[in-house]
Write a protein that binds this ligand. Structure first.
Ligand code: HEC
Length: 166
């Protein structure tokens, strides 16, 4: 029988029982989880997994923009404009559709040079997408139905990457 604590209030006495083992284990496990969390995730430092809210946000925006682009909306260009995989996809699309007029290296032919900083219809991402989507009256075809918004966004990011390289 454990010792009594040795005081009595109104005749009620208290035993000096140890804290139950399950409660102690709950405490130890909680501490272990807390330590593991602070090693893996941002808290006292950036965390071993490299996870953080900003990169999660960017990834979700990128996924959503691609998803809604293929659903028929307009791709959020800022999310894919510097994306190497979008640029690589764009390069393939360019080789298949645009090369005959703009040249294999996009320096021009029937259509104008796309690698310089001179633009007939503007060189912002939105303007380039607009030109590719709607075409022009002087020979640039419209790609709206043939490529659709997602592929147009990809090929636009490729075209824009050409100008940036020099
Ligand atoms: C049938 C030939 C032809 C094809 C194919 C073609 N283009 Fe063009 N493109 C042109 C011509 C011609 C112009 C100039 C139009 C003008 O002066 O109005 C042009 C203009 C452009 C411009 C505007 C350049 C500027 O200075 O503002 C962009 C961007 C462009 N093309 C991208 C593309 C892309 C991307 C593709 C492939 C999806 C493509 N083009 C396919 C003929 C073509």
């Amino acid at each position: 029988m454990p010792e009594k604590i040795g005081h009595s209030i109104d005749g009620i006495e208290e035993y000096d029982n140890p804290i139950p083992a399950w409660l102690m284990w709950l405490l130890y496990v909680s501490i272990a989880i807390a330590v593991a969390y602070l090693v893996l995730y941002p808290g006292f430092w950036k965390g071993a997994t490299g996870w953080n809210q900003a990169t999660m946000y960017e990834r979700e925006i990128k996924e959503a923009s691609l998803k809604y682009a293929s659903a028929g909306g307009t791709a959020d260009l800022s999310a894919i404009i510097n994306d190497p995989t979008a640029i690589a996809r764009g390069q393939e699309i360019f080789a298949q559709n645009c090369m005959p007029c703009h040249g294999a290296d996009a320096t021009g032919g029937i259509g104008p040079n796309l690698t310089d900083n001179t633009w007939l219809y503007g060189g912002t991402p939105e303007e380039v997408v607009h030109t590719i989507t709607n075409g022009t009256e002087k020979g640039m075809p419209t790609w709206k139905s043939q490529l659709g918004p997602k592929k147009i966004a990809d090929v636009a990011s490729y075209v824009l990457s050409l100008g940036r390289a020099r």
